[in-house]
Design a protein around this ligand. Structure first.
Ligand SMILES: [Zn+2]
Length: 158
């Protein structure tokens, strides 16, 4: 069975049990920026329920221009006032260089590699704090999530 077919079949079962959430505003007024890593269950790891938070994912959980774009809408149009940036141990972007990733991917783009999680989080949180249209955010913090035991090992405040 193709992956596509499995998705469509799973959706048929999902629809039977689906309870819609009317309000698009996250109930906890929270956005979580994190890595796309398939091992991270953001909702379970942080005790969130469907409808509680925006979850913005990319490689590394880095604060890119596109993340700022999403946060502009989260904060100004959808009531978000707190942002957590959550990176994780054993991330594919940690300890590699753009040159190495260019070898693998054939792309010379900036992959936003991570040398040190705490240092990188400080940089990313500062990027949010330095963005004038995000000055409405009251709380901005960073977590390092250890994906093996599952706990948060570092908390970095902006
Ligand atoms: Zn990762």
């Amino acid at each position: 069975m193709s992956e596509l077919r499995r998705l469509v079949d799973a959706n048929r079962e999902y629809v039977d049990d689906h309870l819609g959430i009317a309000d698009a505003e996250p109930r906890r007024h929270l956005a979580v920026v994190t890595c796309m890593d398939a091992r991270i269950d953001v909702f379970a790891a942080l005790g969130l329920e469907l409808g509680d938070a925006h979850v913005i994912r990319n490689a590394g959980g880095r604060v890119t221009d596109d993340v700022l774009r999403s946060l502009a809408l989260s904060s100004h149009a959808l009531g978000v006032d707190s942002v957590v940036v959550m990176q994780h141990t054993r991330c594919g972007l940690a300890g590699v260089s753009n040159a190495e990733l260019e070898e693998v991917t054939g792309s010379g783009i900036d992959f936003f590699c991570i040398d040190d999680h705490v240092e990188t989080l400080r940089t990313d949180l500062q990027k949010i704090r330095d963005t004038p249209y995000l000055s409405v955010l009251s709380e901005v913090a960073g977590f390092v999530h250890d994906i093996d035991p599952g706990h948060i090992t570092e908390i970095v405040e902006a």
